[in-house]
Design a protein around this ligand. Sequence first.
Ligand code: UGY
Ligand code: MN
Length: 253
Amino acid sequence: MNKIKLTALSTTVVERNHALITGDGFVNSALPNWTDCEVNVVINEAMGANFCQLITTMTTESKLQGKTHKSQIFFYVLSGTCIFKINKKEVKVNKGGYVYVPVNEQYDILNAEENTKILSFHKVYEPLENVQAPKVIINNQLNIEQTIYSEDPNLLMQNLLPDQENLSFDMAINIFKYNPGANLPFVETHIMEHGLMYLEGQGIYRLDDKWYPVKKGDCIWMAPYCPQWFGALGTEPAVYIYYKNVNRFPITI
Ligand code: UGY
Ligand code: MN
């Protein structure tokens, strides 16, 4: 049978207070000084968000060079390997590795393995009076302890940044693992915003009053106060990495 592909279908959804970005609609963006790479802008201010989330695919020729000014950057290696030059150090970063680049810092990412994928979160840094801005962090999720979330041993949380002990951080990046069948204990509705990407597994995400099947590779934006809930499905754990703004007064005036 001659199968016709329906090109007018998409699983991507963009609403006023949330978005599900499944990758089927990606069109590359060219960024200054990020050369020979593919960049997908998954979330940014144009969507209504107060931060930015990118997925960048590198070749052996790629170079990502820059200096942070107002925005800090959290880089996380999804797959492959590359070299980060930062803070007079040169470090090889593999899958699960991450580099936090504070404001006013130069960075270079190069010598990648073909098809290395990097997730990054970018947020304008909000300084606190009498508190020093954070410094560069280079680490791997393998070094971060897993803690039980909400007294449910089937929900495991890793905090990749020391935002709990250190108020100088105004963002948190966490990895949240749900064992098969586990779910968030209630529908959260909070001022903090999220950007997330699925690293493993699948499940159902409730966003606002809609329910979406989600799987590895999908990304979600949740605006402040977007009601949210997740339940894991299937036989393997569902794991996502997510951004959250933290530690600042919830009013600017
Ligand atoms: O940290 C959080 O707010 C987290 N529990 N939210 C979420 O996973 N949607
Ligand atoms: Mn939440």
